[in-house]
Design a protein around this ligand. Structure first.
Ligand SMILES: Cc1ncc(COP(=O)(O)O)c(C=O)c1O
Length: 396
């Protein structure tokens, strides 16, 4: 069968290969005294709060399960709009919000709406791999720009300005970022957007970890800067609803009908049940639970980073949000005579039953030196991981 070059050009998602190997090993060691600890998974160990579960249940029992508008339930768009006001102090009209099947569908729609074949989109290296692939699925080209710890592994205005070429269409940023958990400072973001606007390009920003911010200087939405910025968001991370497949995007008013037309044709609508359930995310009781969980994510970070450093990992920039730690394992690799973080992740996984994600997926610049840990597992799991890593690494 002929496979399109579009499909062939999508690289494998190596995270998934690691996850497959980790699951296979987990089955073998499940009943030993060292069952698998999964620090490779980028999703909260929490599930949706009781009110959200009850709302889903009610929607099913009441039979409120027909298609909704392609842009989502008006009531949900209103609740998201109110949340932007309460939480971030920005006034976002509900009719600029399009509810989607996760941030993934929003990214797909944005790329299809804005990218012509051959257009280039600038992104940081390292960054979330699927973002590159949404661009290539729209027949554009992701241009990865190497970033440094000094830049918080984010793009700067100067870098965007000097990388801008005749085919550049815009930037795709993520703040806080996966895999680094680091954000772009709002002043730098303002400068980046000014460069993009001056070039007539688009600023697309993935803010799916924004509500999981642990530092007030960074926890501001880019939407406060300009209503021409496109922001992607999701119920997956802060709202603990990964498998419910629900997210949203905020777009400039002129783009709403374009996205609506695409969404109608490609998806009809996001899951109706998930949308009814998500209305309950914004109840004070649910928000209180989400905030308690956010504090727990911060406590995990504050425990895990010093522990990693003591084990010999480098953490060049403290993550200010999300639940990831981008850790330099090059010194440990040298001691263990391993060539890369890929080999390191497998060696550690096989010897300690602790799974992490090698840097390979996230770019090409220094990714052979780095691994990504997810701290979305319980404190107890993190402590177990540290004990096992200490037992292994103290002998080298
Ligand atoms: C930066 C980033 N963007 C988008 C996504 C996709 O999220 P969703 O579950 O909302 O499709 C992820 C998932 O891990 C992510 O880390």
């Amino acid at each position: 069968m002929h496979i399109s070059s579009r499909a062939q050009n999508i690289e494998p998602f190596y995270v998934m290969e690691v996850a497959k190997a980790a699951s296979a090993l987990a089955a073998q060691v499940a009943h030993t005294d060292a069952p698998m600890v999964f620090l490779n998974i980028g999703e909260p160990d929490f599930t949706a709060p009781p009110l959200v579960q009850a709302a889903a249940d009610k929607a099913i029992r009441d039979g409120v399960t027909q298609y909704t508008a392609a842009t989502g339930l008006p009531a949900l768009r209103e609740r998201i709009s109110a949340w932007y006001g309460n939480r971030f102090g920005v006034d976002i009209a509900a009719d600029r919000i399009v509810v989607t099947a996760g941030a993934s569908a929003a990214l797909h729609l944005a790329c299809l709406a804005l990218i012509e074949p051959g257009d280039e989109v600038l992104m940081p290296d390292p960054s979330y791999p699927c973002n590159r692939h949404f661009v290539s699925a729209a027949e554009g080209k992701a241009v990865l720009l190497e970033t440094s710890a000094q830049e918080r592994f984010q793009l700067s205005a100067a870098k965007v300005e000097s990388a801008w070429g005749p085919r550049t269409r815009g930037v795709l940023l993520a703040s806080p970022s996966n895999p680094t958990g680091t954000s772009i400072h709002p002043d730098e973001l303002r400068r980046i957007h000014a460069v993009v606007r001056a070039k007539g390009g688009m600023t697309l920003i993935d803010e799916i970890y924004l509500a999981l911010s642990h530092d007030d200087q960074f926890g501001h939405t880019a939407l406060a800067i300009d209503d021409q910025i496109i922001s992607i968001n999701s119920f997956s991370k802060y709202f603990n609803m990964t498998g419910w497949r629900l997210g949203w995007m905020v777009v400039p008013p002129s783009l709403v009908p374009v996205i609506e037309r695409l969404a109608q044709n490609l998806f009809i609508c996001p899951s109706t049940i998930a949308q009814h359930a998500a209305l309950a995310c914004f109840e004070p009781e649910s928000i209180a639970l989400y905030e308690a969980r956010r504090a727990e994510f911060k406590a995990r970070r504050d425990y895990f980073i010093p522990a990693l450093r003591e084990l010999g990992f480098g953490v060049p920039v403290e993550p200010d949000g999300a639940f990831y730690v981008w850790a330099d394992c090059s010194e440990l690799c040298a001691k263990l005579e391993l060539k890369s973080s890929w080999e390191f992740a497998f060696e550690v996984m096989n010897r300690t039953h602790v799974a992490m994600t090698p840097g390979r997926d996230f770019g090409t610049a220094q990714t052979a030196q780095f691994v990504r840990f997810s701290t979305a597992s319980s404190m107890k799991q993190l402590e177990t991981a540290v004990q096992r890593l200490r037992a292994m690494l103290s002998t080298v």
